[in-house]
Design a protein around this ligand. Sequence first.
Ligand SMILES: [Zn+2]
Length: 755
Amino acid sequence: MNDMFEAPYVGCYNERHYSNTPIAGLDQMLKQLILFIMLQSWLVGAADQGTEPEPWFRHSLVGMEVGPTGAQFSNSDTNDARYCARFNGQEVVRRCVEANCEYVVIWARDGDYAYYDSKLLLKCAGLGKRDVLQETVAEARKHKLPVIAYCVVQQGGHYLNAHPEFEMRDAKGKRIGRFCYNSGYLEVMKQIVAEQLAYGIDGFHIDMVDQGFGPPYGCWCDSCRKQFEAEFGCPMPKGVTWDSDWDKMLEFRYRTSERFEKALYAYIKSLNPRTSVDFNYHGNPPFSWEVGQRPVQHAGNSDFVTGETGMWGFSAGTVGLNAEFYRAATPNAPFQIAISRDARCYHNQTVRPLADIRWEVFTLLAHGGFVTVVDKTGFDGWLDPVCYERLGAAFKEVHAKRSQFGGQPVQEVGLYFSSRTRDWVGRENAGEYFQSFEGAQKAMLYEHIPWGIVLDESATLETLQRFPVVVLPNVGIVSEKERALLLRYVELGGNLIVTGFGGCYDHQGKLLESTSIEALIGARFKGKLDSMDNWVRFPGAQASSVSRQLAPEHRMDWPFLVKGPAGVFEPTTAKPVGELLKPYRTTRQKEGREGTTWPMSADTPVGPAILLNTIGKGRVLTFTCSPDYATASEHHIVEDRKLLANAVRLLHPSPRIEIVAPVNVEAVVTDDPASRTLRVHLVAYNSPPQTTPAERRPYVLPALLEDTPMYRATIKTAEPIKRATAFNPSTRIAREKRRVQLTVEDIHEVISLHY
Ligand SMILES: [Zn+2]
């Protein structure tokens, strides 16, 4: 949970702080000790219950992670006895129990220190003779509270400084302040987890299994070079070359992370198969290839995946997106999301208002995840009582609503994410690709069209067919296998929406002269517009019913900006709808003396805006522009979002459920077939206006949520319903056949529809 704080390399560490204990025989000794303890507890457990207890992560909804503040930037003063002087495991457990936590994640190791008596790592001076891990485990046993050890993998600091032999090298051989996973560091990590396991913990939260979050990239060390040559039969590329050698290098980096994760997981399980292992994951946007993780390849290497979200590094709109990404990456498994109790970011000692905490916690639970709230203590280890009071109140409500969570997601639109496009079209500017994907999600969120995620690595006909509509947001690279799969999906009755440059790039991100999905689109790709300020108009003269249905508010003869990538397509079998217009360019712009960042008004049509193609029982609707990109852009006009929503409704006119609510209310629908109950979670993001910042106008951080809003909503179902109930007594609910009208006065509400 430190991706914002990756410390630069500082090579001035004083080695005298390290113990010189040889670690060779320790591994075996610990292994035997742990096996002995494990056997004892198994024998006792088996006699007591006769059955294996369910692991904690299968039934927990909320817990906390607690760790200190002051060494997160690494290379902290090793003699500062004030740091962590009051960081006390017993106190942490008591507070967590009072706050209705179901488990505690306790900080055991970061880049600088161990917070227990380690033979391998430096212990922070402020603890003196105390051992936080021991204190935590001893107190937690009294409360039957599972203890998870927080253990970092990738963080520079005192240990890395003392061990340059484990350090990543850039292409020129320079040390870059990160651990290399092919360097022998794995053996050290094994020793570290074995030490922690010997305390009798219930699980590991292994953080930062990344390869960095930006340049300089690694690793070109001797071990990596040797292994690369052995695997690929050629030397490593000389740098970031974006050619076939770099393709191998990306593969090598992915394999390296996968091998490391799998080996560490297997080692922990060999010591104690009942200890849970989860890795903190960075395979979702805004993270890209530099981290060394592919969405599916690296999400499933532990018992469950953990990801982060929150305003500190993401957005209010992507809280649910992150959760659905983790769900899609590890189907049918529990998934954990870590969020911060702080108002700005981790480690800043502020507490969010209860309304703000409730909004995020209930958004994540509604999306099917379980939530860990991270408390970073004061410098001396002080625990803020207000933090625990507010979380205690939120968690109490979670327990009262326990039966409302889970169930099968009911999702109408599948948003297709292409990791190959991320890597090879996005390259070192993946944000441009993410903008289309995230814009499509934002449109669905605002329109209350239930959505889920499909990942290219694991897409099958079955995963696609879960969704009546699948959107390909600017998926530039479509392989032959994917093309065949998408074609089959459409032939059998699926509906596909394509935006931007679907299939217009080759395997290594080079723009093609045609699209690989020409037969699906039913049009020829004639070329890319060199403008981003493109326009769409529905001419009144050719206003078919389809054209009127797609036009936002049925408005004809009105050009509106659709900011983003656009291309010229010539229909073959598809029916053209609307017009794509290029922008004017001033004389100075044509001469290259004036930028084009500021949109210029609409000039003349260059081709159709939309192509509608029928194949078998299904249809493909292609936007030659990017309403998804536009929705996430700085020119996020309502009409762009409506284009996408209208396209979904044209292709799929009778959904199972339709929800009308204010745009700041997120709707998540689940189904419990056993009790024949549809649940509609409504979560209001009620952020008040913000004022002008001192710097970087107009970019503002959203204000914290304080109030509970009051709003109206309507739910319509395709199937008859017998009864509709609201969880909150304050909600006014009225039903007329398949239509339910509501007035809600809260951040979170759940409506149960019994069918
Ligand atoms: Zn290396």
